[in-house]
Design a protein around this ligand. Structure first.
Ligand code: MET
Ligand code: ZN
Length: 779
């Protein structure tokens, strides 16, 4: 019998209950007990949904829940708590949140830990931070065990999910060591005992299968420092120790988001210690044959968990195809050695389609093509039933109908859009004039001081803004009233910026709920869910719009607003657009054509908008490519191809303006070293980057590769509520000047301010501008 399994489930709840609960706790509006109680209810609901959908007992994940992030949970559970948080005289839950968000009270001021994107998703994890003589010790409450017992009490047997130790260690950064420091050799012996303790307790509690997320196995992990021998040794040491200590447990090694490829050697090296391997066959279907062959050749029989249901997208699975894939594994390994699974944790898709009344009523055809997490659970169980010989023919027929309908629907295909993409020429992808000439021409018009100051775009989406929008949506106020409110907010925001002394002004983005949804709503080819939330970081969720068809921009999207904003000030106002690669990356997109084709369609729409803004007299236009880096394929061999079309996409969107129009972009990430030549090829007049939670050394790349255009590395972290002091920003700016030419440096925060309150924004920006004033005197 093939088993229906799951790798992980979202934690926020259908209506983002967890978000509101956690935020209320932060604001002192609910107690710790209420936080615990509320979370418990959510977990119970999620486990029950999985059980009811037919996920097998023992294969419903637990410990996939988190108040903030599951990697942070792991650090907390094994005592990898940096000293600056240990020192704080606060209760554990406060310490946990201090690690995630920083801590500021009275005269205590501690920064948050570094946050990074989880592989190529828009989920962010908290990077483990270790020291050379790190000691690992079990927390007083062991979350993985507590959650297992909690589910058990509900009559549900779960499969606890743990961060695979090797992956955990490779993801960690170590303070105060040089580049030759080897995380594996150094920490493996130290980390084993604490994991063994957890495993023992899980075994005592009655666990059978343990899922180790060894996601690093899909990366190019072997290099000079981490040689094959070192990695293999680490895997063997760890899993041998685990098996010896708790022989009763079964271990599933889970990989996802890409192919395992040659790293299968490391799995082979521990084949006797483990009991199963999960592979992603949606992202990397080509790995089925080679992995099956390899697993078959292992001396011990292990289970292959085949990820055939897309955990990263919202389309119905073609069940007949999935069944064929599963059958290949069954034929080679026997049905008792096959699990049916989603490609990765369902954390990355929204909860359920069943609450999506709007799509159902307004776009019934598209509704029929969709499948969210709960519906995917049903797909998993249907596939398992089908291969187990149960009669599910009705479901399969209905599925085939939806699949066929989608592939031929005229809703999707617009000949004129396909034609426009075909007609793109190389001339459309270049500014024509070099930066050195452009900047002179631009300065004649803009006349900016040295170290120009600006912000990334959004300003606080205050309660009032959100409430007024809600009122408008409910029809409680008229469109005129709403528009007037937004205009007033914009005017006030611009006056504030003038007061702070910022040089390049933004309108504040009050009319936008989300930087992608806003544009999606104005283009044809998109639909929107009501509750399609997925977690981005901590309590922050995003609701990716659904791009289902060829893209058309019927009319200007931002021009009226920006024109109005420019009438409010003498200073230049930046036109603010979301870039095509980011729109692509942060939407659920079609899986029926290459991503590059969809990207080009989006680029042509944005290009029209850029042109219209210029014609409306806007002198500075920012096209945000916040997510360009996160779309980078995990495997090096695939990266060049992506970067080629992604940068072309950006160029297509922006290279339609006169040399005098200043083009900015903004990117959110810190690891830009590996895409440096591509950043250069974007040839923007200024780029602002999120850099403040990471090491300044990263900026070395800009020096090393001779970056010649304007650049604004974030001077402080906007993801944390703490207010950076003048001294702190000044020090950061001075450090930055060691790497960046003073003629090129912009002074700005590291991202948009919409998640912050004015009480934080005001002092922060005043300090920021003061720093620019000081720098102008010093340089
Ligand atoms: C996530 S990047 C955000 C860019 C956008 N312009 C903003 O300021 O919010
Ligand atoms: Zn950003």
């Amino acid at each position: 019998m093939v088993t229906a399994t799951n790798l992980g489930f979202g934690r926020i709840g259908i209506k983002r209950q967890l978000k509101f609960l956690v935020e209320k706790y932060w604001n002192g509006k609910v107690t710790y007990d209420e936080l615990i109680e509320g979370s418990k209810n959510l977990r119970a609901a999620h486990w029950t949904a999985q059980k009811e959908a037919g996920i097998a007992d023992g294969h419903i994940p637990s410990n996939d829940f988190s108040y903030y992030d599951h990697v942070l949970d792991n650090s907390f559970m094994i005592g990898a708590i940096p000293e600056r948080y240990q020192k704080l005289d606060i209760v554990p839950v406060e310490r946990y949140f201090a690690m995630a968000r920083g801590y500021q009270r009275d005269d205590i001021d501690v920064q948050a830990m570094e946050m990074k994107k989880w592989y190529d998703t828009n989920y962010h994890f908290i990077v483990p931070e270790l020291v050379e003589n790190q000691e690992f010790k079990l927390a007083y409450k062991v979350k993985a065990v507590d959650e297992f017992l909690e589910a058990k009490e509900l009559g549900i047997k779960t499969r606890p999910v743990l961060q695979g130790p090797i992956t955990y260690l490779l993801q960690a950064k170590v303070k105060g060591v040089d580049a030759s420091f080897n995380n594996l050799t150094h920490f493996v012996p130290r980390i084993i005992p604490v994991y063994v303790e957890i495993l023992k307790r899980l075994a005592d509690a009655g666990a059978e299968w343990i899922q180790f997320d060894e996601s690093y196995l899909v990366m190019d992990i072997v290099n000079e420092k981490y040689t094959k021998e070192i990695i293999q040794n680490a895997y063997q040491t760890v899993y041998k120790a685990f098996k010896e200590a708790v022989p009763s447990l079964k271990f599933l090694i889970a990989t996802y988001f890409d192919k395992v490829d040659s790293n299968i050697e490391f799995v082979e090296a521990i084949a006797n210690e483990i009991d199963g391997l999960h592979i992603d066959l949606v992202r990397a279907p080509q790995q089925l044959q080679p992995v099956v062959e390899k697993v078959k050749s292992f001396s011990k029989k292990i289970v292959l968990s085949v990820g055939v249901i897309d955990g990263r997208n919202i389309w119905k699975t073609d069940l007949s195809k999935a069944i064929k894939t599963v059958q290949v594994a069954i034929d080679a390994l026997g049905s008792e050695n096959v699990f049916v699974a989603p490609s990765c944790s369902l954390l990355h898709v929204p909860h359920t389609l069943s609450t999506e009344e709007n799509i159902k009523n307004n776009s019934p055809e598209v509704y029929d093509w969709l499948s969210f997490a709960v519906e995917k659970l049903d797909e998993i169980s249907t596939v398992a039933k089908a291969v187990n010989g149960e009669n599910v023919s009705e479901k399969l027929e209905a599925n085939q109908k939806s699949i066929n309908n989608r592939s031929t629907s005229p809703l999707i295909h617009k000949p004129e859009v396909k034609e426009a993409v075909k007609n793109v020429t190389p001339e459309m992808l270049t500014r024509g004039t070099p930066f050195a000439e452009r900047i002179v021409a631009q300065q004649k018009i803009l006349n900016l001081p040295k170290f120009p100051t600006t912000t990334i775009g959004s300003y606080p989406q205050s309660k009032e803004v959100r409430l007024t929008r809600q009122k408008f949506r409910k029809g409680e106020i008229t469109k005129e009233e709403y528009d007037q409110f937004i205009k007033d907010e914009t005017l006030r925001c611009i006056k504030k910026q003038e007061e702070y002394g910022l040089d390049v002004i933004v309108h504040g983005e009050f009319e936008r709920t989300d930087m992608v949804e806003f544009f999606g709503e104005k283009m044809e080819g998109y639909i929107f869910s009501q509750f399609g939330w997925v977690q981005s970081y901590g309590s922050r969720c995003v609701k990716p719009p659904i791009l289902y068809g060829d893209i058309v921009r019927p009319q200007p999207m931002t021009v009226e607003m920006i024109k109005y904003a420019q009438t409010c000030t003498e200073k230049p106002v930046k036109g603010m657009l979301t870039g095509p690669v980011t729109i692509l990356q942060w939407s659920f997109v079609r899986d029926d054509q290459p991503r590059s084709t969809t990207a080009y369609q989006l680029a042509l729409a944005i290009r029209k908008e850029v042109k219209d803004l210029e014609e409306a007299g806007i002198k500075v236009i920012q096209v945000d490519e916040a997510a360009l880096r996160e779309g980078l394929p995990l495997r090096k061999a695939d990266q060049d191809n992506y970067l080629q079309w992604a940068i072309d996409t950006f160029l297509l969107a922006t290279c339609c303006v006169k040399p005098t129009t200043q083009v900015h972009t903004h990117m959110c990430y810190s690891d830009f070293n590996d895409i440096f030549t591509s950043i250069k090829r974007m040839d923007t007049d200024a780029i602002t980057i999120e850099n403040s939670r990471s090491d300044l050394k990263l900026l070395n790349a800009f020096k090393q590769y001779g970056y010649t255009n304007g650049i604004g590395p974030g001077m402080y972290d906007i993801h944390s509520p703490r207010v950076p002091s003048y001294e702190e920003i000044l020090e950061r700016a001075r450090e930055t000047l060691k790497y960046i030419d003073s003629e090129l440096l912009w002074i700005n925060p590291d991202c948009g301010l919409k998640t912050r309150g004015w009480a934080e924004v005001e002092p922060s920006l005043k300090n920021l501008v003061q720093v620019a004033v000081t720098l102008r005197k010093e340089n």
